[in-house]
Write a protein that binds this ligand. Sequence first.
Ligand code: SF4
Length: 338
Amino acid sequence: SKKILGVRNLHVSFKTYAGVVQAVRGVDFYLEKGETLAIVGESGCGKTVTVKTIMGLLPKEQSIVSGEGVEVNFHNKNLLNLSENEMAEIRGNHISMIFQDPMTSLNPTMKIGNQIAESIVIHENKSEEEAKKIALNILELVNIPNAKERINQYPFELSGGMRQRIMIGIALACDPEILIADEPTTALDVTIQAQIMDLIKKLQDKKNTGVILVTHDLGVVASVADRIQVMYAGEVVERGTTNEIFYSPKHPYTFALLESIPKLSDHKQKELYSLVGTPPDLTNPPKGCPFAARCKYAMKICRVKHPEITSFGETQESSCWLHHEKADLSDVSEILLK
Ligand code: SF4
């Protein structure tokens, strides 16, 4: 099989002063070699917690990972059972991650070239001289102009776009099988965003890297994702190929995400999702559909019973009563008429 990562029945909770927050509630998915999976949803939906769990980056004292048969399977190893040292080895060589703000991941007091070289020496046992040469290659690979001069500059001397390029270069230097990018372009302006996505795509094709792209913005992933999974309130509410999600969405929350994509003709971005209300309190998640309080299609069943999954063909699934055979649609019109 081409599957390189499999996440099964993942639940993650956090202890907070307000109580135990059930941030991720039964998430399943897989990633194949060379493909791009986008995980999309608004902040607090559990997308970042999910990928941090894969990377072993959750704070151990406050977080609880659970679930019957829960697993993060990478080459037949359950990453959840690895020691901190073993996870560090995975992060250095097999699964890399980039974040929203490269300024927080780069050391402000260290020259760019030295930083790249250092990360390579640590991960790959190269001599310092070899590492410097590779660092120069990386800058060229990620299209940094005047690489020979840039290598001696500090992070603050570079633009946000260049810093993110460098982070991508560092993340891909060890030829990881998986790159996880968490809101990699959110801090950047629209033109630069497109260039960064383009760069990720090019390098991914070259190295056949599997990419997990985490974002709140469906628009960003349209041209790069193979598959999309939409998360809401700690659950995957819909998944499908990029075409299915864009041209034949099935879940009302996906409708809202699509509506919120800024169009070139719009002068200002629409109010987030044009949705009323807020996500549910995850210290006490609703018994029925987590989206019911904001859903204009909500039926009686939605408030009392958690939605079952409806499949549409081989690749698309929606966790919603709307298309389910058990749904009583007479109820929908009643509510929409109100
Ligand atoms: Fe809306 Fe009901 Fe579907 Fe939830 S299950 S998204 S409330 S129609």
